[in-house]
Design a protein around this ligand. Structure first.
Ligand SMILES: [Zn+2]
Length: 308
């Protein structure tokens, strides 16, 4: 597959047959499988545009887009693929307004494309974090860009995830490896239990001195606390600078590119920024291929716009 930048990708994917063949390769390793019953023997029909399942009980017809985020879309695959390239290659993300202009589609269509592509960026086989894991939290949304630590502490005391219209995002980062984000909902889970969900018990956790983290040392191999209240930010290898750096990136995207994000969709923006962070060291082409191979699973428009 001879493309390594946007210009070459646009040229390569200008033909729908090439796009379909590429998706067959990425999705099924080149061997189509029935998306309805999982049967691996299928017939080519309609000049190879579609397939028919060879299982007598099934016999269903399907195209390569059935069961993917591109299903039931009026947009050609060529447009989808360039959208995936743009979304995953831009360091800070791309707004639906900009994406619409770049692709020659409406902003509404671009908004939907963005959300569907974000579905592809979720980690389908999450692994627990190991070794040294920095855990921190931040508030996103509303007008002010950052809340003072006293406000964060107050939110903890009052056990609430929202201060006004802000939502708390918890970030967990295994140094040198990957970051995970999760939206804090106090009514569902304590901060400590959220850490337990994502981190291996042999790990050492580094946090600031918020009370909500007290007792992590009993659940993990270690718990190192950096006391920000006493102006301590780094103690040897113990600091939370990496996760704080990730949060700055998240906020630059949200406030700089997307301007504002509703709490309902916040987790998708967090996932997108985490994906970009976790795969920042591979090439744009590798990131594109990885993303396309994750095309299954779709998000319906009705689900996206329905109220909480
Ligand atoms: Zn079948």
């Amino acid at each position: 597959m001879n493309f390594k930048n946007l210009k070459e990708a646009t040229k390569y994917f200008s033909d729908e047959k090439v796009c379909r063949d590429y998706l067959i390769l990425q999705r099924w390793n080149g061997n189509p499988e029935c998306p309805y019953c999982g049967h691996t023997k299928v017939y080519n029909i309609e000049d190879g545009k579609r397939f028919k399942c060879a299982n007598k009980e099934c016999y269903k017809k399907f195209s390569v887009t059935v069961g993917t985020i591109y299903e039931n879309s009026n947009l050609p695959l060529s447009t989808w693929f360039i959208a995936v390239w743009l979304i995953t290659a831009h360091k800070k993300g791309i707004s639906s307004i900009q994406l619409g202009k770049d692709l020659g589609i409406t902003q509404k269509a671009a908004w939907f494309v963005l959300h569907r592509v974000r579905e592809m960026l979720t980690d389908k086989a999450p692994e627990l974090l190991n070794n040294m894991v920095e855990v921190d939290e931040t508030f996103v949304g509303g007008k002010m860009k950052n809340k003072h630590k006293s406000v964060r502490a107050k939110a903890h005391r009052e056990n609430t995830s929202h201060t006004g219209n802000k939502t708390m995002v918890v970030g967990l980062l295994e140094r040198g490896k990957q970051v995970k984000t999760t939206i804090y909902k106090s009514e569902e889970k304590s901060l400590k239990n959220m850490v337990v969900d994502h981190v291996n018990t042999n790990a050492v956790i580094v946090t600031d001195s918020l009370n909500a983290y007290t007792g992590l040392n009993k659940l993990f191999a270690g718990h190192e606390v950096v006391n920000h209240n006493q102006d301590e930010y780094v103690r040897g290898i113990w600091h939370t600078n990496s996760i704080e750096g990730f949060f700055s990136q998240l906020k630059r995207s949200i406030y700089g590119i997307y301007h504002q994000v509703s709490p309902k969709h916040l987790h998708r923006y967090c996932t997108e920024t985490a994906y970009r962070y976790n795969f920042r060291k591979i090439s744009d082409k590798e990131r594109f291929e990885l993303t396309i191979s994750n095309s299954e699973g779709r998000l319906k428009y009705a689900d996206l716009i329905k109220k909480n």
